[in-house]
Design a protein around this ligand. Structure first.
Ligand SMILES: [Zn+2]
Ligand SMILES: [Zn+2]
Length: 279
């Protein structure tokens, strides 16, 4: 599987010179394998992906949403393939989200706030409830699991071509609560070759951000180690963290945890999911 980060920012877009290294667009990740494509979240990063896709032959694409907070859906009204005949989008979500998602995406394009109605988009868009056992789509085996976030959020484990990745953003570890919560999360993460994680804060900031629904870099490193993850990609960067701050946090994490391959996701980078560490 090949993973490309189109949006790495949490909460709100942060354009500008101080964020150009890690990126200012909100959550969007593209996963491709065997000529098929899965898109994770539709934050503002999906706009650039859409421009790329508009130059290709129309295809069938699966879109998975963690949840519907703005930073995960706000790019969709500007996602060009939604407007183009021939593209087919299968939006699959866990039951609690599936029942609401169509209405929420519609509201985001209501006439009071956007000139084109969701129902008038030219592509073929369908919604499907994903069972607890998961689904098989083309070469991808996809399962979902619940995350701890205000209003709920879903994590996804995707397997294809002998490798696995977990996308788990907008999740707050609550180590002060029941340790079984941590253990349950780690079970979903077990042995993943790539863990794309919400590391919005660092430890010293967290005391004032309990209950906001996000994790620290330290939390996701602990989970990655407990689950024996091969590689950790920290994303959903806090809007208050500029490039120098994120560079510092990334270097600290790499230095403090030499046994784990860690990187902070940057807008526009692509990585191959491998089952071995870099030689
Ligand atoms: Zn978010
Ligand atoms: Zn959220």
């Amino acid at each position: 599987m090949r993973v490309k980060f189109w949006g790495t920012r949490g909460s709100i877009p942060t354009p500008g010179r101080t964020t150009e290294k890690y990126g200012g667009n909100t959550s969007c990740v593209e996963v491709t394998h065997g000529g098929r494509r899965v898109i994770l979240d539709g934050g503002t990063g999906i706009r650039e992906l859409g421009i790329r896709m508009a130059g290709e032959e129309p295809s069938e694409v699966v879109i998975l949403f963690s949840h519907c907070h703005w930073d995960h859906i706000q790019g969709l009204p500007f996602f060009v393939p939604f407007f183009k005949k021939g593209f087919r989008f299968r939006i699959a979500a866990p039951p609690h989200l599936s029942r609401r998602i169509k209405a929420i995406l519609g509201k985001q394009m209501a006439s009071e706030v956007f000139p084109v109605d969701f129902a008038d988009l030219g592509s073929d868009i369908s919604f499907k409830e994903m069972p607890a056992s998961g689904v098989k789509v083309g070469p991808f085996r996809i399962r979902h699991f619940a995350l701890n976030h205000p209003g709920g959020s879903a994590g996804y484990r995707i397997e294809a071509g002998g490798t696995s990745l977990v996308y788990a953003t907008d999740h707050e570890f609550a180590p002060q609560d029941d340790p079984r919560t941590f253990d349950a999360f780690v079970r979903h993460l077990k042995g993943a070759h790539l863990y794309i994680a919400d590391g919005q804060y660092v430890e010293k900031e967290y005391a004032e951000r309990h209950g906001w629904g996000h994790s620290t870099v330290e939390h996701v490193v602990a989970a990655a180690k407990a689950a024996r993850v091969l590689r950790l990609a920290v994303t959903h960067h806090d809007p208050m963290h500029d490039d120098p701050a994120l560079t510092g946090f990334e270097h600290d994490a790499m230095k403090q945890h030499p046994g784990l391959e860690i990187f902070f996701a940057r807008e526009g980078i692509a990585v191959e999911v491998r089952d071995t560490l870099r030689p």
